[in-house]
Design a protein around this ligand. Structure first.
Ligand code: GLU
Length: 489
């Protein structure tokens, strides 16, 4: 198979790591790449970067694919559809990287490092104490070839690190930042191959971008500091680096990095609340175009037409939810026919089977159908309008409720799976940790999640709502309860 005849040579990719709920930041970078490909008649590729085997899961990978599809960002090559440069999942490419690492070592640009995790920790501690940034100290840099061979022969665990020039700086031109200069002194002797034979992100990323013929790498600004390592790996392998473009991060209103503690960041949160994917893409796409006031409403085709990667701001893209709400409202009112609107509402309600599941749970709890909106309406609401009065029937004090909410939130975050069973198990464990009965933990959660103390079973409801909506509801509940603390409820 070869690239389609219509495609220009431009090849770009989104390379998410499936280690959590797909983030709107991923959609933002993906959209940039998608528009870049569209504008240049190029090819947009999806590659799954799962070299971090402890944090990557197939469940999250599926969610990334679903979320990007929901956004309307279709790729021409990817793990689900294949393509001429596959496989497109790094864990399926393990054997591909080794020869590249060997070449770097053979040419004297890399070295085997036998330092134990304990030694590295001590080294970092000493660096911290001395107020220096943590960096490998070169302990194994000058081991003799005989010693290295003997230690490898003896089966001693080791990694491969890259050498870094001892003086000067790395100069490159970034498509957004312009000329950048980073002193080599600030660059760590990066591990390229881990002790288990798996490449690190840096190694796999460079090799794959090369083998997949990526011409432009557009990604978040958090990777800008890694460019010297990447350029060096390209040089060590005798390869030409792609063009780099580092996009400013999306930020909260207060300019801090967009994080789920302040704003909902999961794509699934926005789909669950009934934002249209077109409106979300329109909103994110506005960061990549120059338009006059009044021209904000743009379809994907119009975004591609106006797409202007030369004039991006370095200031940071502010995630202004009010603007998103405004755009979404306009999309609902102005861009959909009545019939389309009805269809959209119905498919939104059925998303993830939530209405069907909610109805099944409701059947044994009502005496007439008209009670359904009160009983199960919370499954569809964007805002429960929670007030202190909602907690009136909960027997604990506001302090105790707050303690429960504060314990449960991080516990739910670290669950690898989000199912009725895993939620129940985690909440039982949370109750144990707090030294409280399960019902003491469950009672305030009931209110936080459903807005009422009479509703559907809690674990099922949480599973139906999804992690990102539950996260937001617990956060809002904690704010409401915090306002009650000390007020003698
Ligand atoms: N796997 C990296 C991430 O999830 C990709 C960075 C890149 O595009 O090079 O952010």
């Amino acid at each position: 198979m070869s690239t389609p005849a219509t495609a220009s040579g431009v090849r770009v990719r989104i390379a998410p790591s499936p280690t959590g709920e797909p983030h709107v930041g991923t959609a933002y970078i993906a959209l940039f790449n998608y528009l870049f490909a569209k504008k240049n008649n190029g090819t947009f590729i999806l590659r799954i970067e799962d070299t971090d085997a402890t944090r990557s899961t197939p469940e999250f990978e599926q969610k990334v694919l679903d979320a990007l599809k929901w956004c309307g960002l279709e790729w021409s090559e990817g793990p689900d559809i294949g393509g001429p440069y596959g496989p497109y999942r790094q864990s399926d490419r393990k054997d591909i990287y080794r020869p590249f690492v060997d070449k770097i070592v053979e040419n004297g640009h890399g070295f085997k490092c036998f330092c134990t995790p304990e030694r590295l920790e001590k080294m970092r501690e000493a660096q911290r104490a001395a107020g220096k940034p943590p960096k490998y100290d070169g302990h194994c840099l000058h081991l003799s070839a005989e010693e290295v061979a003997a230690r490898v022969e003896a089966g001693e665990p080791h990694v491969v690190r890259m050498k870094i020039p001892t003086e000067g700086s790395c100069k490159f031109v970034d498509g957004v930042y312009g000329p950048v200069e980073i002193p080599w002194d600030a660059v760590d002797m990066q591990v390229l191959l881990k002790a288990d034979g798996m490449p690190t992100y840096h190694m796999a990323n460079v090799v794959d971008d090369h083998l997949m013929k990526i011409t432009h790498v557009a990604r978040g600004e958090e990777w800008l500091a890694s460019v010297p390592k990447h350029i060096l790996i390209y040089q060590y392998l005798g390869l030409e680096p792609p063009v780099f473009m580092h996009l400013s991060l999306m930020r909260n209103h207060d300019k801090s990095k967009l994080s789920k503690r302040k704003n909902p960041t999961s794509i699934s949160y926005y789909s669950a609340l009934g934002y249209l994917p077109e409106a979300l893409m329109n909103f994110l796409g506005l960061f990549f175009v120059q338009i006059a006031e009044g021209e904000e409403m743009l379809t994907m085709d119009q975004l591609a037409e106006k797409f202007d990667p030369e004039n991006l701001s370095k200031a940071g893209a502010i995630f202004d939810i009010q603007k998103l709400d405004w755009l979404n409202g306009r999309w609902l009112r102005e861009q959909l026919s009545e019939e389309e609107f009805v269809q959209r509402v119905l498919s939104w309600a059925m998303e993830n089977d939530r209405v069907r599941q909610g109805l099944k749970l409701s059947q044994s709890r009502i005496s007439k159908l008209g009670e359904l909106p009160d009983l199960a309406g919370f499954l569809l609401k964007s805002d429960l309008g929670l007030t202190p009065e909602a907690f009136a029937k909960v027997k604990s004090t506001p302090e105790e409720i707050l303690e429960v909410l504060n314990q449960v939130q991080p516990d739910l975050e670290k669950m690898p799976e989000w199912t009725v069973e895993s939620i129940e198990a985690e909440l039982r464990a949370s109750a144990d940790r707090l030294g409280k009965k399960l019902k003491v933990v469950v009672a305030p959660l009931f209110v936080a999640v459903s807005g009422s103390s009479r509703s559907l079973p809690l674990f099922d409801s949480m599973a139906i709502l999804g992690r990102s909506v539950v996260r937001q509801r617990l956060k809002v509940a904690a704010q409401v309860v915090a306002s009650m603390v000390g007020s003698g409820k």
